[in-house]
Design a binder for this molecule. Structure first.
Ligand code: UDP
Length: 492
C-alpha cells in the first residue's frame, strides 16, 4: 500500500474442526499479509497443529499469534482430550461438543476485555461471540465456510420452511426466492430423520441466522465471478452484508504451506509428487471425502472395485475406521493395493490435498462437496464427481452440477452422519460409470473441463491485486479501520 495505515488487531476464532480451522488460518494470513495483526484463538491440542502451520508465516515476518484457551471437554461430559470434531465417535458426543464450545463464552469475554481487538472473525457455530463482542463495541464477522449459493439455500429454507409443506422425506420441494429453480428433498437436509427440537439444533440454527444479520457482516470463502447471482441474492434479497475474499486456499503459495495445510500428511509429499510426475497430464482422479466423512467397509469395497474397473489412475484418501479394533487390513478388498501398484495410490488418513490438486497430472476430483474441497478443486480447474454426505454438502452439489455445470452426481440422495454409516449408498458399477464419464473424451466431458478451467482462471485473478476478492478485502480493512480508531499508527 505504501501509505500510512492503521494496523488492525483481529481475533480469529474457528470451530475446532479441520474444515473450519484451515480456511480461518488462511484468512488470518490474508489479513496479516496486509500489515495487520492476527490472533487465532484455539485450544491446547489444536494449537499444536496450528502452530506448525503458522511457523513459516512468523519466520517471514507476518504478525500471526496463537492464544490458547482450555477446552471444557470433561465438564461437558466428553472424554479428556476430545478437543476436535474429528475425535467425535457418536451422535451424543456431537451435542456435548457443542455444549463445550458454548461454555467457552466466559473465557472469550475475558480475552476481549484484556486485549480489545479491532474485530472478531468467529465461526458460525459460535453465535454468542456477536453479543460478547458488542459488549466491548467490537465488530464481529461471521465465518460459515460455505458458498453464497448454500448460504442462500439455508436462509431461504429457514425463512419459508418449504420442507414442512411436503408429505414425505422423498417428495421434491422448490427452494423459494433463488435465481434458479433449485429442488431439494427433506432427505438431503441435515438431521432430517431426527427431532431437531430434541437435539437442540433448531435453537442453534435460529441463533446462527439471527447473528448473520446482527453481526457486522459475513465473510465468504468464494469469489464473485463464480456465483454472482447468489452473491447478489444473499446481499440484496436476503439483506446480509457480506465480503467474498476467496478462494482463500490460494494464499498457500509455497511448498511447505501446501504440503502441511491442516496437518502433517500421512505420506511423504515428495513421494506423492514423484508418483504424480510419472503420470500423463490430466490423467489421475483424486478421490477424497474431506476431514471427517468415513465409510463402512462394504462401501469402501465398492469404491475400490469401481476404481479398479474404471482403469483410471487414482489417488484415494481412505479414512481409517474409528473402531481401532477392526482389522485395518480388511477395509480394502484382498490384494487391492498390490494389484493397483503403479496405477493407484492409497493414502491412509491425511493427504497433502492442495499440493495434489495443483499437480498437472490430476484431471478430476471425486469429492464429498465440503465447500473447501469443492472450491480447491474449482481453483485447480478440475471437474468434479459429487458425492455429498452431510452438513450443507447437498447444497454445494447443486451449485456444482446444476448451476455451474462442472460436475457429475454419483447419485447419493440421503443426508447421513459422517460417523461411519454402515450402509452402501453407491455401487461399484455406478462408480465405474461416473469415473469413466468424467475422465473420458466425450463432448460433455470436454465442455465440463473447459468450463471449470475458466472458473479456475477467474479464481486466480480474483485473489490477485485488483481482483474482486482482493478488492473486497481492501474495502473491508478500510471499513474496519474507519470503525475502530483505537489502534496505533504504523507504516504498511
Ligand atoms: N484436507 C486435506 N487432506 C485430507 C483431507 C482434507 O488437506 O486428507 C483439507 C482439504 O484440503 C480442505 C479441508 O481439509 O481444506 C476439508 O474441508 P472440507 O470443507 O472440504 O470438508 P470437511 O472436512 O469440513 O467435511
Amino acid at each position: 500500500m505504501g501509505s500510512e495505515a492503521r494496523q488492525l488487531h483481529l481475533f480469529f476464532f474457528p470451530l475446532m474442526a479441520q474444515g473450519h480451522t484451515i480456511p480461518m488460518i488462511d484468512i488470518a494470513r490474508l489479513f496479516a499479509a496486509r500489515g495487520n495483526k492476527s490472533t487465532i484463538i484455539t485450544t491446547p491440542l489444536n494449537a499444536l497443529h496450528i502452530s506448525e502451520n503458522i511457523d513459516e508465516d512468523k519466520k517471514s515476518g507476518l504478525e500471526i499469534h496463537l492464544e490458547t484457551i482450555p477446552f471444557p471437554a470433561v465438564e461437558a461430559g466428553l472424554p479428556e482430550g476430545c478437543e476436535s470434531v474429528s475425535s467425535i465417535t457418536s451422535q451424543e458426543m456431537v451435542f456435548k461438543f457443542f455444549k463445550a464450545t458454548d461454555m467457552l463464552q466466559q473465557t472469550f469475554d475475558m480475552l476481549l476485555d484484556e486485549q480489545r481487538p479491532d474485530c472478531v472473525v468467529a465461526d458460525m457455530f459460535l453465535p454468542w461471540t456477536t453479543d460478547v463482542a458488542k459488549k466491548y463495541g467490537i465488530p464481529r464477522l461471521v465465518f460459515h465456510g460455505t458458498s453464497y449459493f448454500s448460504l442462500c439455500v439455508i436462509a431461504s429454507i429457514f425463512r419459508y420452511a418449504p420442507h414442512e409443506k411436503v408429505m414425505s422425506d422423498s417428495e421434491i420441494f422448490v427452494v423459494p426466492g433463488l435465481p434458479d429453480k433449485i429442488e431439494m428433498k427433506k432427505l438431503q437436509l441435515p438431521n432430517h430423520g431426527e427431532s431437531n427440537e430434541k437435539n437442540g439444533f433448531t435453537e442453534k440454527r435460529a441463533k446462527i441466522q439471527e447473528t448473520e444479520v446482527s453481526s457486522f457482516g459475513v465473510l465468504v470463502n468464494s469469489f464473485y465471478e463464480l456465483e454472482p447471482a447468489y452473491a447478489e441474492c444473499y446481499t440484496k434479497d436476503l439483506g446480509r452484508r457480506a465480503w467474498s475474499i476467496g478462494p482463500v486456499s490460494l494464499c498457500n503459495r509455497n511448498f511447505i504451506h501446501k504440503a502441511q495445510r491442516g496437518m502433517k500428511a500421512s505420506i511423504d509429499e515428495h513421494y506423492c509428487l514423484s508418483w504424480l510426475d510419472s503420470k500423463e497430464p490430466r490423467s489421475v482422479l483424486y478421490v477424497s471425502f474431506g476431514s471427517l466423512s468415513r465409510f463402512g467397509t462394504a462401501q469402501l469395497h465398492e469404491i475400490a472395485m469401481g476404481l479398479e474397473a474404471s482403469n483410471i489412475p487414482f489417488i484415494w484418501v481412505v479414512k481409517m475406521p474409528l473402531n481401532k479394533e477392526k482389522d485395518q487390513d480388511q477395509i480394502l478388498p484382498d490384494g487391492f493395493e498390490q494389484r493397483m501398484q503403479g496405477k493407484g495410490l492409497v493414502i491412509r488418513d491425511w493427504a497433502p490435498q492442495v499440493l495434489i490438486l495443483d499437480h498437472p497430472a490430476v484431471g478430476g476430483f471425486m469429492t464429498h462437496c465440503g465447500w473447501n474441497s469443492t472450491l480447491e478443486g474449482i481453483s485447480a480447474g478440475l471437474p468434479l464427481i459429487t458425492w455429498p454426505v452431510f452438513a450443507e454438502q447437498f447444497n454445494n452439489e447443486k451449485l456444482v452440477t446444476q448451476v455451474l455445470k462442472i460436475g457429475i452426481r454419483v447419485g447419493n440422495e440421503v443426508w447421513n452422519s459422517w460417523i461411519e454409516p454402515e450402509n452402501v449408498s453407491v455401487t461399484k458399477d455406478r462408480i465405474e460409470e461416473v469415473v469413466t464419464e468424467l475422465m473420458g473424451k466425450g463432448e460433455e466431458a470436454k465442455n465440463r473441463r473447459k468450463r471449470v478451467s475458466e472458473f479456475g482462471e477467474m479464481a486466480k485473478k480474483a485473489v490477485e491485486k485488483g481482483g474482486s476478492s482482493y478488492n473486497n478485502l481492501s474495502a473491508l480493512i478500510e471499513e474496519l479501520r474507519a470503525h475502530s480508531p483505537q489502534s496505533t499508527h504504523m507504516q504498511v
